[in-house]
Design a protein around this ligand. Structure first.
Ligand code: GLY
Length: 353
């Protein structure tokens, strides 16, 4: 949690970087934190949980939390590593583009102690949408900005635009485009080269020793999506959700299913109703299957898509689950950073061919 001094120092730093003044006063901020702060008797267990691609990020975030950094700032630092990694084609720089070859990014975050939230969708040209989402939270009365408005906001806040399409992702896009139809004007090439495809994402959730919880999710979304498509990642209650009294949850995988299920919210509600984090994640997956249209199910009702759900309780318990076994997730606590196996609804051998 930010104390007044750290908050004022950070505000001064952001001002020095050219950011606009904060729209709430330090007094208002402290009042909100005080309202949501657990009793001093609370003995929490710091823990950071994320999708497997956050293995380096969970360590960075955990170390920052141990050093007193606010949980949301810490996990945004963690996901920034992945957003800025050109080799992760599911997030930020190097993310696979939409059908027009344009990289459009989505991100959202929630800060438990102040019960604040921010998000951006269809954001072009800025590699760290998680930071822009947090700026929406910190500097506006809104919770979600999209498209051109999000771009103008990021520019106004001083974020630096850049070309997000790497040569690797451009090649994958051109291969995908050339193989779409035998009758269009694009000649197929490199037929034997596998095209990367992803609806991957990074979700990260954290709790500190005071029991303060935050969550963030950031993604380039579904590869080759239609221009303007928003996935679950910028939607609070779907791609991620935090209730500081209970914990946080988020997910990676096919966003359309998660939006219909409100997966982040449902998982936190599951924990509120007594489920362990892993049980809550599994129940959310069951609901996702229930909410799936027939074209995405095989004849036995098995989903033709993947989703993983990650859950973290306020007391530091954690768990994750995927549709099919074999998935893993990243965690860092007092035992250090590691990958653990996700629980699963179905065996990998039951996956539709
Ligand atoms: N979960 C990422 C997406 O579907 O956009």
């Amino acid at each position: 949690m930010l104390d007044r001094r750290t908050f004022l120092e950070q505000s001064a730093l952001l001002s020095a970087l050219g950011f606009l003044p904060r729209t709430i006063s330090a007094e208002e901020y402290e009042r909100d934190v005080a309202r949501a702060t657990p009793t001093p008797a609370f003995r929490g267990r710091p823990c950071v949980v994320s999708s497997a691609n956050g293995i380096a990020g969970v360590k960075l975030a955990y170390d920052r939390i141990a050093g007193g950094t606010d949980t949301l700032d810490a996990i945004i630092g963690g996901v920034n590593l992945v957003e800025l990694d050109p080799n992760d084609q599911s997030v930020g720089l190097g993310g696979l583009p939409n059908e027009d070859g344009v990289v459009q990014l989505d991100a959202s975050c929630m800060h438990g102690p102040t019960r604040r939230a921010g998000a951006v969708g269809c954001l072009e040209d800025f590699a760290t949408p998680s930071l822009v989402a947090k700026a929406v939270m910190d500097y506006t009365t809104h919770v979600l900005l999209v498209g051109k408005g999000a771009h103008r906001f990021a520019t106004a806040m001083g974020f630096k635009p850049q070309d997000l399409l790497t040569d690797k992702s451009r090649q994958d896009w051109l291969r995908w485009k050339s193989r779409l139809s035998k009758t269009d004007n694009w000649l197929d090439h490199d037929d034997n080269v596998k095209i990367n495809w992803t609806h991957g994402t990074i979700n990260m959730n954290a709790v500190n020793a005071a029991g303060d919880v935050s969550s963030v999710t950031t993604t380039s979304g579904l590869a080759w999506k239609l221009d303007g498509r928003l996935g679950d990642s910028p939607i609070h209650g779907a791609g991620q959700y935090t209730d500081n009294d209970i914990g946080a949850a988020g997910s990676t995988g096919l966003g359309e299913i998660n939006i219909k299920t409100c997966g982040g919210f449902l998982t936190v509600e599951g924990m509120r109703n007594g489920s362990t984090p892993e049980q809550a994640a599994l129940k959310t997956l069951e609901r996702m299957v229930h909410m799936t249209e027939p074209r995405l199910l095989d004849e036995r009702g098995r989903p033709r898509y993947d989703i993983q759900v990650y859950a973290l309780a306020k007391d530091g318990r954690f768990g994750a689950a995927g549709m099919y076994d074999g998935a893993s997730f990243a965690v860092c606590d007092e035992k250090g950073p590691r990958l653990e196996k996700c629980a699963a609804l179905f065996k990998a051998s039951e996956r539709p061919r």
